[in-house]
Design a protein around this ligand. Structure first.
Ligand code: AMP
Ligand code: GLY
Length: 424
C-alpha cells in the first residue's frame, strides 16, 4: 500500500524505518521529511498543515493511508478534513479527530476530561485575563512550587514552574495579560505540584480497543542532572525500569481503560496514538498531560521495541480490529541520545556538515533536523540526530549509543552525557 507520513523529525524517521519493514508498505512518502527519511523513502515538499496540498498529492499519487507524526495537523483537524471530503473519506488517517486532538490542544479541555472520567490528575483551576485577580488569590492558597500551564499549544514551552509566589504572580500576568505565549496563554491552568518521577505511557487505539506500547522516559532539560532550559527532549530510555507490573496494572486500570472508555462515552473518534504523561507519586500514577501523537525522542526507543508489523497495526486501527492483533515486544532495552546544535534551545547555527555515519556500528542513527545539501548531510535544526541502541539493560544500550556518538561529528555538536542517570 502507498503511505504518506507527515512530519520531519526523529520520530518520523523512526516511524518510516519501521513501516518500511512491512511487506504491506509498497511506497512511502514523507512530507516534508529530513535527510534520513530521504535515504529510505521519498520526501515531498509539503507542509503538514497545508491540507489542500496534501489532498492534491494524495489523489495524484493514489495514497492509501496517511500517518500523522506531529500534533499541529491533528489539532487543526486533518482527520475531519479527510472524513468530510467526498474524494478522501475512504483513506484512513492515523490520528485522532479534531475533538480528540483537543486533549493536547487545550490543557483545560484535558483537565475537564480527566475529572469527568475520574482519572487521577493534579488538582487545578483555570483562569483568563478577566479573572487574573482570582488566579492570584488561588495561588495564595497553594504551596510552592507553582505550576502554570498555558492552555493552548506553545511549542512545548507553555509550562512554567516557579518556587517563589511573587514571581509566579508576575509570570501569571505575563501569560494572561501580556500574552507571553500569544493566544495559547489567553487561558492558564494552575495546577497542584506533583512530587515524583516522570514516565510516559503510549497507547495505540482504534477508538474501542487499545494496545499499551512500551513505556519510556525522556530527558527534557538541556543540561546534565536535569538542569537548564527545557528542550523537545535530549534522550530516552525504554522500558522505564521502575514501571513494574504493579505500577503498570494501576496505569492500565486507573488511566488507560477509563481514557479509552471516556473517548467512547463522549463520542470522540480516535484512531491513533495517545501519549500519557505521568508522574509516579510514591507508587501512584497521576496524569500530568495527554499528547495525541507519539513523543520525540520517545518514538526512537518505543518503535524499535515493537516486533509486530506497524502497518498491520495501523490497518487494524483503521478497521477497528485492534483486538485481533497480538502485540509483540522486544524484551531488550532501547535507549536514544539526542545530538543537538550548540546553543539549542536558544540560538544556534544550521548548515553544519555532518560526518561519521559509516563508522557507526550496532546503533541506529535517526535523523531529526538534517537535510541534504549537494549530496552532503548538513544540520537543519536544533535537534539534529539521535542515536538508538539496544542492550540487555539500559546501561548496556546507553554505552553503545555513547560509543557511536563519538564517531559522529559536526561543528558545535552537543549532547547530554548522563541520560538514564536517575535510573541507576
Ligand atoms: P508539559 O509541557 O505538559 O510536558 O509539562 C512540562 C513539564 O512540567 C513536565 O514534563 C513535568 O516535568 C512538569 N510538570 C507538569 N505538570 C506538573 C505538575 N502538576 N507537577 C509537577 N511537575 C509538572
Ligand atoms: N519528548 C516530549 C514530547 O514529544 O512531547
Amino acid at each position: 500500500m502507498i503511505i504518506l507520513l507527515l512530519g520531519s523529525g526523529g520520530r518520523e524517521h523512526a516511524l518510516a524505518w519501521k513501516m518500511l519493514q512491512s511487506s504491506k508498505c509498497t511506497k512511502l512518502f514523507v512530507a516534508p521529511g529530513n535527510a534520513g527519511t530521504a535515504t529510505i523513502a521519498s520526501n515531498v515538499l509539503i507542509n503538514p498543515t497545508d491540507f489542500d496540498a496534501i489532498k492534491n498529492f494524495v489523489l495524484q499519487e493514489k495514497v492509501e493511508m496517511v500517518v500523522v507524526g506531529p500534533e499541529d495537523p491533528l489539532v487543526l483537524g486533518i482527520y475531519d478534513f479527510f472524513k468530510n471530503d467526498d474524494n478522501l473519506f475512504s483513506i484512513p488517517v492515523i490520528g485522532p479527530s479534531k475533538e480528540g486532538a483537543k486533549l493536547e490542544g487545550s490543557k483545560e479541555y484535558a483537565k475537564e476530561f480527566l475529572i469527568k472520567h475520574k482519572i487521577p490528575t493534579a488538582a487545578y483551576d483555570s483562569f483568563t485575563a478577566k479573572t487574573v485577580e482570582n488566579a492570584c488569590k488561588f495561588l495564595d492558597t497553594l504551596s510552592p512550587p507553582y505550576v502554570l500551564k498555558a492552555d493552548g499549544l506553545a511549542a512545548g514551552k507553555g509550562v512554567v514552574i516557579l518556587n517563589d509566589l511573587a514571581a509566579a504572580k508576575i509570570e501569571l500576568r505575563n501569560m494572561l495579560v501580556h500574552q507571553k505565549f500569544g493566544k495559547a496563554s489567553s487561558k492558564v491552568v494552575i495546577e497542584e505540584f506533583l512530587d515524583g518521577i516522570e514516565l510516559s505511557c503510549f497507547v495505540l487505539t482504534d477508538g474501542k480497543n487499545y494496545k499499551i506500547l512500551p513505556t519510556a522516559k525522556d530527558y527534557k532539560r538541556i543540561g546534565e542532572g536535569d538542569t537548564g532550559l527545557n528542550t523537545g527532549g535530549m534522550g530516552a530510555v525504554s522500558p522505564v525500569p521502575f514501571a513494574d507490573e504493579i505500577l503498570m496494572e494501576k496505569i492500565e486500570t486507573r488511566i488507560v481503560k477509563p481514557t479509552i472508555e471516556g473517548l467512547q462515552k463522549d463520542g470522540i473518534e480516535y484512531k491513533g496514538f495517545v501519549f500519557i504523561g505521568l508522574i509516579n507519586v510514591k507508587g501512584e500514577p497521576i496524569v500530568i498531560e495527554y499528547n495525541v501523537r507519539m513523543g520525540d525522542p520517545e518514538t526512537e526507543v518505543v518503535i524499535p521495541r515493537i516486533k509486530s508489523d506497524l502497518v498491520e497495526l495501523f490497518l487494524a486501527v483503521a478497521n477497528e480490529k485492534l483486538n485481533e492483533i497480538t502485540l509483540e515486544i522486544d524484551q531488550r532495552s532501547a535507549t536514544t541520545i539526542m545530538v543537538v546544535s550548540g546553543g539549542y534551545p536558544e540560538e544556534f547555527e544550521k548548515g553544519k556538515i555532518i560526518s561519521g555515519f559509516s563508522a557507526v556500528k550496532d546503533s541506529i542513527v535517526f535523523h531529526a533536523g538534517t537535510k541534504f545539501e549537494n549530496d552532503t548531510v548538513v544540520s537543519n535544526g536544533g535537534r539534529v540526530l539521535t542515536v538508538t541502541s539496544y542492550g540487555n539493560n539500559f546501561k548496556e544500550a546507553i554505552k553503545k549509543s555513547y560509543q557511536n556518538i563519538e564517531k559522529l561529528h559536526f561543528d558545535k555538536m552537543y549532547y547530554r552525557k548522563d541520560i538514564g542517570f536517575d535510573l541507576l
